[in-house]
Design a binder for this molecule. Structure first.
Ligand code: MN
Length: 408
């Protein structure tokens, strides 16, 4: 039998399997996490990562259970290709995807970068600017020219990859009818995921929902692809927007660890994952994320990128499970849930820390003295409490100082 026959059969079988996988993901009720810490996150000024750092972060993301990793932008440099190649064969769980413009050369670079990874674990994410601003000033192309570019490049990619995502860059400022046209074109050409990026981060949760509903109502072949979202945090709404779209039924959410990324950053992975975990019943969806890995992952990314986080950052900030206030300390000692939204162990944090300071009360002081094996009579506690109030601002009340105060 002629070789062409087998090739056609193989293509048909691949197509059937692909559609079965998409149907499964669309109906499973699981929200898939795509991580772009290593691409959009690394684009943040000063956050440059060495290939070995990228691999360490990729392995930590794999341990946390992300579904896919935006591993980099191969066409940007040979070093970038090299960094992606380091992950092939080592990062086995998540799908590795590479970012490409709608150019054959970019897709060829992705083939090179991801060579050796199994077909169902490698993919490309194609993007092209589609808003009037991008068309007129950046690309100098008409709507029709860009639509043709999308059709041709997605088809070219689909010949080489089973997993092909297409995102209209600056989608949140693109005409709605044109978005529909582009998504339909991309899916017809073989896209398995279509993305909705709020590239400049200006949407509110209400408007984000509205866009998703529009896409779901107007793209006629959407049942053949997954729908993904990508939010930026310019208004501090990236996590809220992502959750609103989960509620509207999107299949994939793209995030970064610690929310690092262009300008004000991206939707923060550990915040979206924890909110979804705690409110799975509300959303009627779940995630296959091991939340106990989140704090470790967050600290690893902060350390390797050098991008420090605020002490009060949700989920992983240094002081979020520490309290100095007397009323809170008293409540926490009676029942730890009185002043916590969730137990620290859920996200892999150590535990509640009682910091002694000017706002502390008797119970916390007594508790700490007992912990240190020091006498904790009412009289002794009052004496230590008095001494604490005299400590100058900024001085940490650590064990040696407390022992001194207790006269031990
Ligand atoms: Mn982005």
């Amino acid at each position: 039998m002629p070789f062409g026959f087998f090739r056609r059969v193989k293509k048909q079988v691949t197509g059937v399997v692909k559609q079965a996988i998409i149907r499964h993901h669309r109906s499973s009720g699981v929200v898939l996490f795509s991580d772009t810490t290593l691409r959009d996150g690394e684009q943040m000024p000063g956050a440059t990562l060495e290939p070995e750092d990228k691999l360490r972060i990729a392995l930590a993301l794999e341990a946390a259970g992300v579904h896919s990793l935006d591993a980099g932008f191969p066409a940007s440099s040979p070093q970038e290709i090299h960094a992606i190649q380091q992950m092939v064969g080592k990062v086995r769980g998540p799908v590795l995807t590479a970012l490409c413009r709608t150019l054959p050369g970019d897709i060829d670079a992705a083939v090179e970068a991801l060579q050796g990874n199994p077909d169902h674990k490698r993919g490309v994410s194609l993007f092209v600017g589609t808003s009037p601003l991008h068309r007129e000033f950046k690309l100098q192309k008409t709507r029709d020219e860009i639509r043709k570019l999308v059709a041709d490049s997605v088809a070219y990619a689909a010949e080489r990859f089973e997993i092909v995502a297409f995102s209209p860059e600056d989608a949140s400022r693109t005409e709605r009818d044109y978005l529909t046209e582009l998504y339909q074109t991309a899916i017809d050409a073989g896209a398995t995921t279509i993305g909705f990026p709020d590239t400049v981060g200006l949407l509110t949760p209400e408007k984000a929902r509205d866009f998703i509903r529009h896409i779901q109502d107007s793209v006629p072949n959407l049942n053949r692809a997954l729908l993904a979202v990508h939010f930026h945090n310019d208004l501090g709404l990236a996590v809220a927007n992502t959750l609103a779209c989960i509620d509207e039924g999107v299949n994939v959410v793209q995030c970064t660890v610690n929310g690092i990324g262009e300008r004000a950053g991206n939707a923060c992975f550990e915040e979206v994952a924890t909110a979804l975990h705690l409110h799975a019943d509300q959303y009627g969806r779940s995630a296959k994320i091991d939340t106990t890995k989140l704090v470790g992952l967050s600290h690893l990314v902060a350390e390797l990128t050098g991008v420090r986080m605020a002490p009060n950052k949700p989920i992983s900030g240094r002081t979020i499970f520490a309290t100095e206030a007397g009323i809170h300390q008293d409540g926490l000692l009676k029942n730890i849930d009185t002043y916590l939204p969730f137990r620290p162990e859920l996200v892999g944090a150590k535990g509640v820390e009682f910091v002694l300071g000017r706002h502390s009360g008797r119970r916390a002081v007594a508790h700490r003295l007992e912990e240190l094996g020091l006498p904790a009579s009412d009289e002794q506690v009052l004496r230590v409490l008095e001494a604490i109030k005299q400590v100058p601002k900024g001085v940490l009340i650590d064990e040696p100082l407390l022992r001194k105060m207790a006269g031990a």
